[in-house]
Design a protein around this ligand. Structure first.
Ligand SMILES: NC(=O)c1ccc[n+]([C@@H]2O[C@H](COP(=O)([O-])OP(=O)(O)OC[C@H]3O[C@@H](n4cnc5c(N)ncnc54)[C@H](O)[C@@H]3O)[C@@H](O)[C@H]2O)c1
Length: 314
């Protein structure tokens, strides 16, 4: 039984990591500025999950968290997430994402905790230079979100070199599944299909990006956590495939009889102010070889599971 701190534990991904850790018997200190019903239910069921409310950019909150719990490892998820949110709040993005991670690394150094899994993102690469990229792809992020997440990776490398921290960056892509909070694909497609609403997305049919089902991401996180030593400090935890948005729309239309979803051709857009980088598939060969990572959900299976959960929640 291990003792794990999860930051951002109330989030879409964080709460699933907490659930999986508790289910296998680990003790979890679940740190977040917000507490919702799913996390509260986990804390009430079985006594393995302790909620620690706190602000990641406040040094004393993070220092107390690490000092009081002295975990075997930290899974760092807390962040302001997504290019749209970061464009709307660039200062807060830097304060929370960069300042928050610095607090985590510094508190770990101070209290002798060495291992942290940092949830990172394909946004650190900027525009992909190929349809499928591996972890050695150059990093030229261009929005506050990607820039902040790349800064965290680099700061983690300093802490690894100078202070012996064991910082492992798990770079994932467009994670989806029940509870996805952001109004982007495939959530907007699934919501419209399940609610029987027609939806036309004006452009994006040709846009390809790696979509990873949340359960697969969680399995990759656990595999990285359980590996005693890492030869690499970054892994792609994704699906390894990049279906086009037109293909995804076809799958949703096929899975939900009567769905009326259509998409125009071309590149995807987050409104008219935020440019979406050129993307593709994340090569998962390193995670497969080093961690034994094997995603179980291709896009059809993942969407079917997501739609089932969405229907059940209605
Ligand atoms: N969802 C994706 O598609 C995706 C893709 C790549 C990487 N990631 C990374 O995974 C991690 C989790 O993402 P998510 O999708 O669960 O996002 P989310 O927004 O659902 O969760 C983030 C959590 O962090 C918490 N948080 C935000 N600011 C905080 C603060 N100042 N102090 C304490 N807690 C704070 C939020 O309350 C929230 O519960 C993030 O680090 C993100 O960059 C997510």
């Amino acid at each position: 039984m291990a003792s794990i701190v999860v930051t951002g534990a109330n989030g879409f991904i964080g709460v699933e990591i907490v659930r999986a850790l508790a289910a296998r018997g680990d003790r979890v200190a679940a740190f977040d500025v917000a507490v919702g019903p799913a996390l509260r239910a986990l804390a009430e069921g079985g006594g393995r999950v302790t909620i620690v409310p706190g602000e990641i950019s406040e040094w004393h909150h993070v220092a107390n968290l690490i000092r009081d719990h002295r975990p075997d490892a930290v899974v760092h998820c807390a962040a302001i997430v997504g290019v749209v949110a970061s464009a709307q709040a660039p200062f807060a993005t830097m304060r929370v994402n960069v300042g928050g991670a610095l607090n985590v690394f510094e508190a770990m150094r101070l209290f002798g905790v060495t291992r942290v899994l940092n949830l990172s993102t394909e946004e650190i690469y900027g525009d992909f230079r190929a349809a499928r990229i591996d972890e050695s792809h150059p990093c030229f992020p261009s929005m506050p979100y990607g820039i902040s997440k790349f800064a965290v990776e680099q700061i983690g490398r300093d802490y690894a070199r100078d202070h012996g921290l064991d910082v492992v960056n798990l770079r994932t892509c467009w994670v989806y599944g029940p509870g996805l909070p952001r109004p982007r694909v495939p959530k907007i497609l699934v919501d419209a299909a399940v609610e029987g609403r027609a939806l036309h997305i004006p452009s994006g049919g040709d846009f390809r990006v790696d979509h990873v089902y949340v359960d697969d991401l969680v399995s990759g996180v656990l595999a990285a956590l359980d590996k005693p030593e890492h030869r690499f400090d970054a892994y792609h935890i994704a699906s390894g495939e990049a279906p086009s948005l037109a293909e995804i729309v076809d799958v949703v239309d096929d899975l939900v009889p009567g769905a009326r979803i259509t998409v125009g051709p071309g590149h995807y857009a987050f409104g008219d102010r935020v440019r979406v980088a050129r993307k593709g598939a994340l090569d998962i060969a390193r995670a497969a070889a080093e961690l034994g990572y094997r995603p179980r959900f291709d896009i059809r299976r993942g969407l079917a599971a997501y739609i089932d959960a969405r229907r059940a929640a209605r």
